[in-house]
Design a protein around this ligand. Structure first.
Ligand SMILES: C[S@@+](CC[C@H](N)C(=O)[O-])C[C@H]1O[C@@H](n2cnc3c(N)ncnc32)[C@H](O)[C@@H]1O
Length: 235
């Protein structure tokens, strides 16, 4: 099996903890291999999300405030910059990935944080848009992170997530939870699901799924959407 495929699998083994995920990515970035292993064509999440942003914001792109959650080495920022987006902040727990990201000189502000059930050091409704490419997976952003994404985006703004489609089935944290929570937040009038679209060749020739939500209200009750859903299925 190809080395880059194996390198990616090792970031996603069943039972990997959030700290192990962050450390794994730091080591991967330190070898300077992440961007090479997941080059465009192999991993297309950043291009998919940037294309979606460009289609969603036709004008005044340089004023759109974006937070790239799970920004990693900044691949999404690079793609967004090609389209003229300039106000881009990033958030990621991995020091090694953030170091590479900083060197690209695209992001205004970088936060070393996990997006999870913790309150991020960001005010309510700061951003026009939150984007996530590749941040969902085993041990990665849990379902509770959706609440924070919603909270930090202003009403009328958007949350865009692209992820590998099969993770909806076999990542226990997401199975029968991630999509129900997106729907429940819609019923609670926190956001509207504008689109759920399957995308081909998201990474390693596997299909992806893109979720696009329009934020309605960011005064989020942190637990309500999670409470009535099944708990995470044990590994
Ligand atoms: C496959 S990389 C994607 C990086 C970048 N978005 C890209 O498309 O190249 C996954 C990233 O998710 C980050 N990550 C993992 N768990 C996270 C969490 N709970 N909150 C935010 N980022 C997380 C990792 O540190 C890693 O940088």
């Amino acid at each position: 099996m190809a080395n880059n495929y194996m390198a990616n699998c090792q970031a996603h083994w069943k039972g990997i903890t959030p700290d192990e995920v962050a450390d794994y990515y730091s080591n991967w970035a330190d070898t300077q291999q992440y961007d090479q292993d997941l080059e465009p064509g192999v991993y297309n999440g950043p291009v998919i999300i940037a294309d979606e942003m460009a289609n969603s914001f036709l004008d005044c792109r340089d004023n759109i405030r974006i937070i790239d959650i799970a920004c990693g080495t900044g691949r999404v920022g690079e793609e967004l910059a090609h389209y003229g987006f300039k106000q881009i902040d990033g958030l990621d727990p991995s020091a090694g990935m953030l170091k590479q990201c900083q060197q690209k000189g695209i992001y205004k502000k970088l936060y070393q944080e996990f997006c999870s059930d913790n309150t991020l050091p960001v005010e309510d409704g700061v951003y026009d848009c939150a984007v996530v490419s590749g941040g969902m997976g085993e041990g990665h952003i849990p379902c509770s992170g959706l609440q924070e994404m919603c909270r930090i985006v202003k009403p009328g703004g958007m949350v865009l997530i692209v992820m590998r489609k099969e993770y909806l089935q076999y990542v226990g944290e997401y199975t029968e939870r991630l999509e129900p929570i997106i729907e429940k937040m819609e019923h609670e009038n926190k956001w509207e699901l504008l689109e759920r679209r399957e995308v081909s060749n998201y990474s390693f020739n596997r299909d992806g799924v893109l979720f696009k939500m329009k934020v309605k209200k960011n005064t989020v009750d942190h637990i309500s959407a999670l409470e009535s859903l099944p708990k995470k299925i044990p590994a």
